[in-house]
Design a protein around this ligand. Sequence first.
Ligand code: GPV
Length: 802
Amino acid sequence: MGQPFNSEKFRNSLVNYLNHLGYHNPTTSQQPLWQAVCLAIQDQLPKTSPKKAFASRHVNYLSMEFLLGRLTLNNLQNLGWTESIRNKLQEYDVQLVDLLECEHDPALGNGGLGRLAACFLDSMASIEQPATGYGLNYQYGLFRQSFTQGQQTESADDWDRDHYPWFCQSPIPAVEVGFGGQVHSKNGILQWIPDFQVIGKAHDIAIIGYRNHHQQPLRLWHASHPHPFNLKAFNLGHYANAESNAIEAEKITKVLYPNDNHAAGKRLRLMQQYFQCTCAITDIIYHHRQAGRPLAELPKYEVIQLNDTHPAIAIVELLRQLVDLYQWEWADAWQLTQQLFAYTNHTLMPEALECWDLHLFKRLLPRHYQLIEQIDAWFSATLKNHPDKQHYKTSNALLIKGHGKIRMANLSVIGSYAVNGVAKLHSRLVTEELFPEYAKLWPTKFTNVTNGITPRRWLLMCNPKLAELLNDTIGEQWQHDLSYLQSLENHLDNASFLQDYQDVKQSNKNNLAALIAQTTGIEINPEAMLDVQIKRLHEYKRQHLKLLHILALYQQLKTHPDPNLPPRVFLFAAKAAPGYDLAKNIIYAINQVAAVINHDPAVNQQLQIVFMPDYRVSLAEKIIPAADLSEQISTVGKEASGTGNMKLALNGALTVGTQDGANIEILDHVGAEHIFIFGQTVESARQLWQNEYHPEQILANNPQLQDILTLLKDGTFAQGNKQAFKPLVESLTTAGDPYLVLADFASYLDIQNKIDVRYQHPTTWFRSAAINTARCGIFSSDRAIRDYQQRIWLSDAQRIKG
Ligand code: GPV
């Protein structure tokens, strides 16, 4: 049930806003019109949600990233107002579709981790799990990407946050956040006197539930300085310094760090983390006390979910506030803290596990450093009578003094009552490989919650034609409960349904082909198989394995033309972190290979390669509904879950994937005939690594692979430059191929041949595609949130009652 829409009120607000913005009729330029439309819609939203009795605690979801994507259509759709607004705008000769393109994606996240947070907010609002999201209001989001002669070029992502119309007024008190300074002892009481302070101001975005009159805040903090202009410095003639404090403070929320699965270890990043956590903890305590509740009851009403270790310093900040501001006994404060926090781990990659340099940490947060030493001492004390205590102390210490580091994952496990991984395999590896000792000490602390995706954005909104076909075939119930997609199974032998399903895919492909032509100038064959790999660029995600496959086909067609090979379009979209040279070299290599192959008449009727620049949520929404084949080919054990894999399968792409992350669960649900699995298992890979892996032997025994590497080394794709792809070639050879690309190459080619054969039988292919849609309901983020409720968020009392 949607919310009632008041057309007259909308018209009046719209005209008012346009006047206010200085435009006097709605047929004016599109950008201000889009803003006015959003503001006029906001005017109709109730200011508060109806109060209900809730089954579970209020969730505070702390994340450094929320990769929201555009909100306008999402909000209209969740409110049930799309048609009314579309019609109203048509009265002014304005097309809603055109207007929606005016919105610059809010890109306050890097990839999977940030997008998961956004899906979770949508689900929590939609299933009425009370929640507040806490994050940062970055002035610049993830960089924009373009290509210059095949190389990635970055530019700043100014999303014009000061005029973003989906922010709403939030009467939240500002927060003071201190940095640096010293800890003094006064009459036995410790006092932290920071060197400087910044002010955190809250900017709320309303997260609107699906057709349920429910909304709750995403609270993003913006840093500024209490005295933006230093009058004293100015009067003393220090003109240049008069604004320096303000500049320093503003820096904190200037830009999102562009690293995915990689810890930068920079002071400013730690400042961002601490700033965000202090604002969130202060706000949580403030609202709890406003409700007239004693502090000791915090864990009865609230839970704080940490989205990886980036906000882990919140654990220490809560402890600090209880001890220093509310004069609690240390032991009581620590006990309460441990009842409040839950930690989600999103990676096992060593370079992504955050470790802070002790000296940097101590200089910036001297009081927190003391508290961490006390937590460390508490942990040692709990091990006092443990038989294996020496081993525990060295392998699990929070502070590794010898190395001068603080390990944030260890802090997160020790400070939380629950720890989860994000797919079954990953959660198993969290206990077996990452924290085996903790898992032995506290076996009940560890659990799994497999990730999910919101079906509102990732089906209903991005694939309206498939949504309509589903409505016509099985009714609309799937929109509220995605497990209803199962009833599609009854239609799999219905030829006309399968034809409609195939027609939807073709129509989505035609639309994407037009977009590709417009953005890259490449005219793809819309009838070809559309094979997509869309995700951040990372060695472990193995875009270079895909490149080797393309080169194998190229070489095969050049030497033995084969008219029976079905045509394919290989589509990539990926950003590389600006400091990640090897990832950038892989982008360059793909672009250079594309330039040659796309212009070679001997192969370009069968092979086309497109690298779409500037991968972002709004682009994913256009690619996913059109894809035939979904590449999920990470090195086993490295991709914690993946969520693009779920979006693509739900929209009827068949997966080619390794037994990694959530691919394994997709396999379990869709069945082995409807997915293409290849490569090493976690166990066989573990053996390879343990017994010293020898990629040079694989190479020596595989002439095809040798020829392919020669192509990359002999300048064929780089106007004769033999060094162009040196980093890429070295990673596969002299650097020892740490991501097992060569180990999986043969089995990858083999499965790709099977895929070519299968694609030549459209009825079986599209039946499998429809089966993927039917069986992926489990990957709704509504299900994931219900799992969090059951396994983590319900208080003990609620669990017993329920
Ligand atoms: I840690 N993830 C990410 O996008 N950025 C990070 O910094 C870290 C993890 C991702 C994982 O790589 C994905 O496998 C996973 O699906 C996603 O987080 C959400 O859990």
